[in-house]
Write a new protein. Structure first.
Length: 461
């Protein structure tokens, strides 16, 4: 890329010309893992309160269309479906993360790609390609902006997610480079998201609106609307206004594949990823017999500053707070073993023994977290358990199970999908959907990817 080429123009020149044959098999495989996980957690969240609210409003105010709603029989226009499905996908905070930008990438990209692919009656290969394009464009821009954007306390899933959603939608629509660049400019003009929404329904709804905005921008550009293609570099644009002017050279997608390096973290637990390393460190101590729950006097977690910023709830009383609480993650690991979606209820969170043990958990960030260690373990944890007799045991975890460096096995990913999907559909349908996703390139029409069944009709009645 020439130093004078606007970032959005460079992204659009690549994204508008990509074909699935140009995507390496390893990248396709990584993308399909993301698709499987994201559709699974979307099904799990499809009947949550916030997803139900989003669906109810969308059915009332949006046009019908060809874009499906996983877990339901209704179909809506592409923008409305993207909104509902991204909200459902993020409702339980069980969706994936990618460290460029520190974003929940797939949960805003897939709903946009799927909605437009169904609107245009495309095949599975087109859906997979659109998803790859969206992911690589979003993560490339995130790398250029560096981790500073997240550290400045923007919620980057909303801020950068419109790029992924819009690029995926543009590719599915078959837009050329000029219209794709305009669409990306339109999408980014509308973007902003704040971490103040953590622990509330606003967080899932922001994901929904982000995916919807990406689709809308692509459709507007298709009709001829023009956007600022120099928005990233502009004196009043993204880097200057949101990132104190920091903007590094863009790593061109197709040369650097972010789905492989650094890869995507697929969550094992339905908790903020910032707690997962600490959970794995504590779990290792408990399972190895190094400490027993009855011996625990205190649990001390030495973590990077970003973990403290994200895990803001010391004594949670409801699900959304508990998912952003290190004390709950530690106490739940001690008392429940693995924390599951079923455990995230007020009854479990407010158990007297859970609340007592949460009060024994403390977080701090020591001087050991220098730049080198934070690169090795961006959300790692040193966990020290102090026994009632005053003795201590300590473990370090750099990257938890589920991280790109320590990924879930294919069997574990399938198990997670089935556990999530069967919350919204019969097991036989969930198994069939999983098999279709695993061979997505061979699916002739993605309009028929999601089941329309009597069982789903009953759930919507």
């Amino acid at each position: 890329m020439s130093d004078l080429t606007p970032t959005l123009v460079a992204l659009s020149r690549w994204s508008s010309t990509v074909r699935l044959a140009q995507v390496p098999p390893a990248v396709r495989h990584a993308a399909k893992r993301c698709l499987i996980d994201t559709l699974g957690v979307t099904l799990a969240g499809s009947h949550s309160d916030v997803a139900t609210q989003a669906r109810t409003i969308s059915l009332a105010v949006s046009a019908a269309g060809h874009s499906g709603l996983p877990g339901h029989v209704q179909r809506l226009s592409a923008p409305a479906a993207a909104f509902v499905n991204a909200t459902a996908g993020h409702a339980l905070d069980f969706d994936d993360n990618c460290y460029p930008g520190v974003v929940h990438g797939s949960v805003v990209i897939l709903p946009a790609a799927l909605a437009v692919a169904q609107m245009r009656d495309l095949d599975g290969a087109a859906l997979l390609t659109a998803f790859v394009v969206g992911a690589e464009c979003e993560y490339a821009l995130a790398k250029a902006l560096t981790g500073q954007l997240y550290e400045r306390r923007w919620w980057t899933t909303g801020l950068l997610g419109v790029v992924g959603a819009c690029a995926a939608a543009c590719h599915a629509l078959g837009l050329d480079a000029e219209r794709t660049a305009s669409a990306l400019g339109i999408a980014l003009c509308t973007t902003a998201a704040m971490k103040a929404g953590f622990g509330t329904d606003a967080k899932a709804l922001m994901a929904g609106r982000t995916s919807e905005a990406g689709v809308m921008a692509a459709l507007l550009a298709e009709q001829g609307s023009r956007g600022p293609v120099d928005l990233v570099e502009h004196a009043n644009g993204l880097a200057a206004m949101f990132n104190a002017g920091v903007l590094k050279a863009l790593p061109l997608p197709g040369v650097h594949w972010s789905l492989l390096d650094p890869g995507v973290d697929i969550k094992r637990l339905p908790l903020c990823l910032s707690s997962h390393a600490a959970v794995d460190a504590l779990k290792d101590m408990l399972e190895s017999g190094a400490v027993a729950v009855t011996e625990i006097a205190d649990i001390l977690c030495d973590v990077p500053p970003i973990v403290i910023q994200n895990l803001t709830h010391a004594l949670p009383t409801q699900r959304q707070q508990a998912q952003f609480s290190m004390p709950f993650a530690m106490a739940g690991t001690c008392l429940l073993g693995d924390i599951t979606l079923a455990a995230l209820t007020p009854q479990t969170i407010n158990r007297p023994d859970m609340q007592r043990l949460m009060q024994r958990v403390r977080m701090h960030s020591s001087e050991r977290w220098n730049t080198a260690l934070m690169e090795q373990a961006p959300e790692g944890a040193w966990v020290k358990v102090v026994r009632t007799d005053g003795s201590c045991v300590e473990r370090f975890c750099a990257r938890p199970l589920g991280s790109a460096a320590n990924p879930l096995s294919q069997a574990q990913l399938r198990d997670k999908f089935m556990a999530c999907a069967t919350l919204a559909m019969p097991a036989a349908q969930a198994q069939a959907l999983l098999e279709h996703l695993e061979q997505l390139e061979r699916i002739p029409r993605v309009r028929h990817l999601l089941p329309d069944s009597h069982a789903l009709e009953q759930s919507d009645s």
